[in-house]
Write a protein that binds this ligand. Structure first.
Ligand SMILES: O=C(O)c1ccc[n+]([C@@H]2O[C@H](COP(=O)([O-])O)[C@@H](O)[C@H]2O)c1
Ligand SMILES: Cc1cc2nc[nH]c2cc1C
Length: 351
């Protein structure tokens, strides 16, 4: 019942808190709206938390790993071995996500949602749904029960984090081949032509990208995912880490905790979350615009605007960790700037 209960618990934003936060922004010594998205994000967080001047001290990126049967078809420039190898890298603290979370004063929680190989390390959170998904070019990635179990694992992980005091969550991923299911999810929900949405991922050449697009078209034709049914899309053309991340988003939203969405794979998870619970988008903050060509369409469909344009395409939660520092700045503005009244600055003509 965790799945249904969590979805039912996702409430509306606190409109009064948002109105108070708006008034506070307009009282600060600057022309109204002149801090752009710094203002928007602070107001959104007020609506999520119910606080006019929130401060989110404890932050964590949940980086979920999984493998993909379709990787056998050569859809990635990298080999599948890299998934567990990078997970070891995360646990040992030497990956980009470790550097950027340290920079942001945040933690990384690394989760095995279903890699082909087992990584034996007590620092790894293990919620394996299976040893990688099935090849989506031949049939469904997983069963509907597995899709549901993946989402529920994500809900549980988010809820445990929040219980432990985490106030700001983010999604991150690791999985060789996972831009392929993410593109299939995007195509399933939007109906856009697959070649328009398909990108190089880790670094495919143009012929490789073309083959990848053909395999995605095949996966959609073989599986016919129902875009009105998020669990069906996840089960047929998704991935274990994508399902887990959709659960993290739903769990955060149900607990009124903001969740920062990383790049293309996290975006696919956000599409699944929105399809299961439309209100979940109110709790999402889009970190950056990925280099994957479909990402802009994905974010438009979600109705969220990315904060950063950094030409990043790494995943892991790196864009989200960077966005943490911007969110900190946005919340400091609200708390530390003087008002027109306090500073004795004239607001004539400005309001
Ligand atoms: O987050 C993104 O926008 C992003 C874009 C391209 C690639 N990635 C990362 O690269 C891997 C997937 O790329 P690929 O080519 O193996 O499908 C996976 O580990 C992702 O975290 C991530
Ligand atoms: C080295 C490497 C690091 C990654 N981090 C996320 N996806 C990745 C893919 C590769 C290939």
């Amino acid at each position: 019942m965790l799945f249904e209960e969590t979805i039912a618990k996702i409430g509306e934003l606190d409109k009064e808190a948002q109105a108070r936060a708006r008034r506070r922004q307009d009282a600060l010594i600057k022309p109204m709206g002149s801090l752009g998205m710094l203002e928007d994000v602070a107001i959104k967080i007020a609506g999520i938390t119910g606080e006019t001047m929130p401060w989110l001290e404890k932050k964590a990126v949940i980086t979920m790993a999984g493998d993909h049967g379709i990787a056998r078809e050569g859809v990635s420039a990298a080999s599948q071995e890299v998934t567990p190898q990078m997970v070891r890298g995360f646990l040992n603290g030497g990956a980009a996500i470790n550097v950027l979370t340290r920079h942001a004063g945040a933690r990384v929680v690394c989760v095995d949602m279903g890699m082909a190989k087992v990584v034996d390390d007590p620092r790894l959170v293990v919620r394996r749904i299976g040893p990688g998904t099935n090849n989506i070019a031949e049939g469904p990635a997983m069963t509907r029960e597995q899709a549901r179990a993946a989402v529920e694992a994500g809900i549980e992980i988010a809820t445990e984090e929040i219980r432990g005091g985490t106030q700001l969550l983010a999604t991150g991923d690791m999985g060789i081949g996972n831009t392929t299911p993410s593109t299939a999810i995007l195509a399933a929900f939007t109906g856009f032509p697959v070649p328009l949405l398909t990108g190089k991922g880790t670094g495919l050449n143009p012929e490789g990208v073309q083959r990848k697009a053909q395999l995605i078209e095949k996966a959609l034709a073989v599986n016919t995912p129902d875009p009105r049914d998020g669990l069906d899309v996840l089960a047929k053309v998704g991935g274990f880490e994508i399902g887990g991340l959709a659960g993290v988003i739903l769990g955060a939203a149900a607990s009124r905790v903001p969740v920062v969405i990383d790049g293309f794979i996290s975006g696919a998870a956000a599409m699944i979350a929105r399809s299961l619970a439309p209100r979940a988008v109110d709790y999402m903050i889009a970190s950056h615009l990925s280099e994957e060509p479909g990402h802009r369409i994905m974010l438009t469909w979600l109705g969220v605007e990315p904060m950063l344009h950094m030409r990043m395409r790494l995943g892991e939660g790196t864009g989200a960790a960077l966005a943490f520092t911007i969110i900190d700045a946005a919340l400091k503005i609200v708390r530390e700037m003087a008002t027109f009244e306090e500073a004795g600055v004239s607001d004539e003509g400005l309001h």
